[in-house]
Design a protein around this ligand. Structure first.
Ligand SMILES: [Zn+2]
Length: 125
């Protein structure tokens, strides 16, 4: 979270100030206000962890989407016969971030506003 050069505390302070002033105080609002071009959803990574991948007892690589901690438990991925390699038990399953289409940038998402369900700007009463 140091990519943009602001500390967590600085962001927190800004958001509290804006909230008290009755202005938009979301994390994306902070980024926009400071011209930071980082996708909020993935923190600029462009990908998100959506599950895990591993090898089953027949050495077939498998993957499943879901909460990582519960998948590890469900498929007993701590057991050595499921490990991907001798040194790696399992790996995260990644998918491109939907918000920025994998670009990691905040501004990319605005390109898609036209085809999204969100109402056009200025339509608020
Ligand atoms: Zn993103």
């Amino acid at each position: 979270m140091t990519k943009h050069g602001y500390t967590i505390q600085a962001i927190k302070d800004w958001r509290e100030r804006e909230h008290e002033a009755g202005r938009p105080s979301g994390l994306d609002d902070f980024y926009r206000a400071h011209n930071i071009d980082i996708c909020v959803e993935c923190s600029g990574a462009g990908t998100r962890v959506i599950g895990v991948r591993w090898r089953d007892e027949h050495s077939v690589e498998r993957s499943e989407e879901g909460p990582v901690a519960s998948l590890v438990k469900l498929h007993h991925l701590d057991e050595p016969e499921h490990w991907l390699t001798d040194t790696r038990k399992w790996d995260y399953l990644y998918a491109p971030c939907l918000s920025c289409k994998g670009s990691g940038k905040l501004s990319e998402s605005s390109k898609f506003d036209d085809e999204a369900e969100s109402p056009p700007a200025g339509s608020n009463p």
